[in-house]
Structures are given as structure tokens and as C-alpha cells.
Design a protein around this ligand. Structure first.
Ligand code: NAD
Ligand code: DAU
Length: 339
């Protein structure tokens, strides 16, 4: 039987990196190609354990570079594409929106053209719940796949734009696609600019944790491995052209999240520092995952078990995040938080 060739874009980042490891280990008879530009958010050290496997390859390339991407697809003839590569941090999109449009919108369109050219069997576009905008604090209201797109940040606007392009390639050219829209992820290899790893790494160094506004904004947290299993399922079983929301009903406000980490690490709540709010800060995200559950998906972690596993991972893997926060990230932190 022919081996399946799967191209994973952004496979050196947080979620893509976890997905690549999950797939390489779970499917020895699939060939997994990780295409990544290795921006500030990408790092290859996380893949040391799979590098030697004969079903894993790394390709350094820019998804927005048509001259590079089209010949790559025509020579490799990938069967499937799982597209994670993106600029992903909302705060960076507020200060520098342009790169979000280039990578997230233009890069997605180049990949769609390449996928169409070689007739891929499925293009899974990994999107986000942020494309739906924000919910108010009524706990009975959730994002469903039919919620209108109302993105509020340059990041989410760029992701919504890419979702619409993916939809158009399905409607116009019959490209077999799925779009997944997941809630906030956390877990191993989460880059320390995002709330949970930022809090863990700063608390472990007895540094203040910046909480935006009053800390009451709500996010719906999902362990990254549960996101990986959802994408695996959609890749294999998703109905062509369909959107699937991904989330496990783990809503917490930001103060609750920070306090959970402080308590687990036996540190004082005095480390919390309320700082200026994020511009256009979405109030609440919450996912209704019924459609994906009907496809057979079930998460392995809830927030309590997942955050405990994650904190332990950061304790056990200090050298990974210490190398990041001592590099160019330091400059970013000082500029972002005005310190
Ligand atoms: P990340 O920032 O950790 O990783 C992004 C990866 O993409 C990096 O390895 C980076 O080097 C690569 N990349 C960036 N620009 C590129 C380019 N032009 N060409 C090739 N590679 C490029 O992001 P993440 O948090 O792992 O998110 C991955 C995807 O999942 C994104 O599309 C994001 O929108 C989506 N998503 C993220 C979350 C979350 O909570 N982090 C939730 C839902 C959806
Ligand atoms: O919902 C999915 C999205 O989740 C993904 O699409 C994005 O790629 C991902 O970055 C994430 O976006 P958020 O903006 O929700 O994540 P972030 O970790 O940046 O912030 C989580 C919450 O914590 C948010 O309400 C802002 C707040 N926050 C964040 C930082 C970095 C703080 O209070 N202090 C901080 O220093």
C-alpha cells in the first residue's frame, strides 16, 4: 500500500509541534513533512526525539513564497495538508498587523493554490474561535459553527479572512477542505508570550505576572493533545467542506487561571500585577463542541488535570523555556509591558 504523505505547516510551533510528534508516533506508515519558516515562534529543538525517525522530514520554507511553495508541491505531491503556520499572538497583531496579513492571509492562499494544483485529498485549515468575536458573560451562550464571523483584532481578522478563502476554494474549485476552530490551547512547548506559560515561567522566577484590565475576561482552555486528537479525527473522518468547533467546556477567567498556577506552585497572590488592558480585549470565548463530539471526539483532560500536567512539564523542562526568555523575547517583553 502507498504511504500517505502529510504536509504539516507550522510544525515547529506550539500546536503544530505537538501535532507532528503525535502523528509521527501514532502513524509509522504515514510520511510526515514539517514545513516551517522558523520565525521567533518556531524551534526545532523540540523534535530531537523524532528527528531520527524515518517517517519525519523538515522543510524550511515560507508559506507566502509562491516561488518556493508551488515547485515543492509539484515535486512532493502531498496527499494531505494540515495548515497551522501563522502569526498567532494577538498582542503582536495590535502593534504590527502587517505580517499577520502576509502570513495568515496570503500564505494560506498560496497553500490553497498549491493544494489545488496537485489535487490533495484533504486540506485541514486550523483556525480559531476568535474569528467569532466575543461573547458576553451569559454562561448559557456558546460559539457554534453557525455563529457569524465578527473578528475584533487584526489577528482574528486575518484568520477569518483565511477561513473565507478556504471556504471559497471548496465552493469554487471543489477542493476537499475542513476548517477547525479551537478555543485557547495550553500544554507543553507553549511559547512564554501567552498567558499560561508566561505566568508559569515568571512565577517560577518570582517575577510579577501582568494581568490585563480587571482579569475577568474568560477563555475556554483546551489541552493541546486534545486539540491534536480532534484534528486527527477531522483529517480522517471530517465531511468535506465542513467546519468543526473544538473545545472542552473549560471556561475560566484570567484571574482564576493565574491564581491556580500560583497556588499549585505555593506562591503568593502578591505576584499579581494589574496592568493596562489590551486594546479591543474580547470579553469571553466559549465553544459548543457538539458537532465534533458527534464525529466521535472526546477530550482526555479537563482544566484541573491538564494544568497540573502542564505545570509539571514546565518544571521538568526549564532549559527549553529559559533559552527562550533569555533571547530576543526579553526585548519583546520590555517593549510590550513598558518595563
Ligand atoms: P505558534 O505561533 O506557536 O507557531 C506558529 C508556527 O508557524 C511557528 O513555528 C512559525 O515559525 C511558523 N510560521 C510563521 N510564519 C510562517 C511562514 N510564513 N511560513 C512558514 N511557517 C511560518 O502558533 P500556535 O499557537 O501553535 O498556533 C498554530 C495555529 O493554531 C495557528 O494557525 C493559530 O491561529 C491556531 N490556533 C491557536 C490556538 C492557541 O491557543 N494557540 C488556538 C486555536 C487555533
Ligand atoms: O482562542 C484561541 C486563541 O487563543 C488563539 O487563536 C491565539 O492564537 C492564542 O494566542 C490565544 O489568544 P488569547 O489572546 O486568548 O491568548 P493570550 O494567552 O494572549 O491571552 C489569554 C488571556 O489572558 C486574554 O484575555 C489576555 C490575557 N492576558 C494575556 C497576556 C499575554 C493577560 O491578562 N496578561 C498577559 O500578559
Amino acid at each position: 500500500m502507498m504511504r500517505k504523505k502529510i504536509l504539516v505547516t507550522g510544525g515547529s510551533g506550539f500546536i503544530g509541534g505537538n501535532f507532528v510528534q503525535y502523528m509521527v508516533n501514532k502513524y509509522p506508515d504515514y510520511d510526515i513533512y514539517n514545513l516551517d519558516l522558523l520565525t521567533y515562534a518556531g524551534d526545532l529543538t523540540k523534535h530531537r526525539e523524532i528527528e531520527e525517525k524515518d517517517n519525519y522530514w523538515f522543510i524550511k520554507a515560507d508559506i507566502a513564497d509562491r516561488e518556493e511553495i508551488i515547485p515543492l508541491f509539484t515535486s512532493k505531491k502531498f496527499d494531505y495538508v494540515v495548515h497551522f503556520a501563522a502569526e498567532s499572538h494577538v498582542d503582536r497583531s495590535i502593534t504590527e498587523p502587517e505580517i499577520f496579513i502576509r502570513t495568515n492571509v496570503l500564505g494560506t492562499q498560496v497553500l490553497l493554490d498549491a493544494a489545488k494544483l496537485v489535487n490533495v485529498k484533504k486540506f485541514v485549515h486550523v483556525s480559531t474561535d476568535e474569528v467569532y468575536g466575543e461573547l458576553d458573560f451569559d454562561p448559557n451562550i456558546f460559539f457554534t459553527e453557525d455563529t457569524p464571523l465578527q473578528p475584533n483584532s487584526p489577528y482574528s481578522a486575518s484568520k477569518a479572512s483565511s477561513d473565507l478563502l478556504v471556504r471559497s476554494y471548496s465552493e469554487t474549485y471543489g477542493l476537499p477542505v475542513n476548517i477547525t476552530r479551537c478555543s485557547n490551547n495550553y500544554g507543553p512547548y507553549h511559547f512564554p508570550e501567552k498567558l499560561i506559560p508566561l505566568t508559569i515561567s515568571r512565577v517560577l522566577n518570582d517575577q510579577k505576572v501582568p494581568v490585563y484590565g480587571d482579569g475577568k475576561n474568560i477563555r475556554d482552555w483546551l489541552h493541546v493533545i486534545d486539540h491534536c486528537s480532534a484534528i486527527d479525527l477531522v483529517l480522517h473522518e471530517g465531511e468535506n467542506g465542513e467546519v468543526y468547533n473544538v473545545g472542552g467546556h473549560n471556561e475560566r477567567n484570567n484571574l482564576e487561571v493565574v491564581k491556580t498556577i500560583l497556588h499549585t506552585l505555593n506562591k503568593s497572590e502578591d505576584l499579581i500585577e494589574f496592568v493596562e488592558d489590551r486594546l479591543g480585549h474580547d470579553k469571553r470565548y466559549a465553544i459548543d463542541p457538539t458537532k465534533l463530539e458527534k464525529l466521535g471526539w472526546k477530550p482526555k483532560y479537563n482544566f484541573d488535570t491538564g494544568i497540573a500536567q502542564t505545570i509539571q512539564w514546565y518544571l521538568d523542562n526549564k532549559e527549553w523555556w529559559e533559552q527562550i526568555i533569555s533571547g530576543e523575547y526579553r526585548e519583546y517583553f520590555e517593549k510590550q509591558y513598558n518595563v
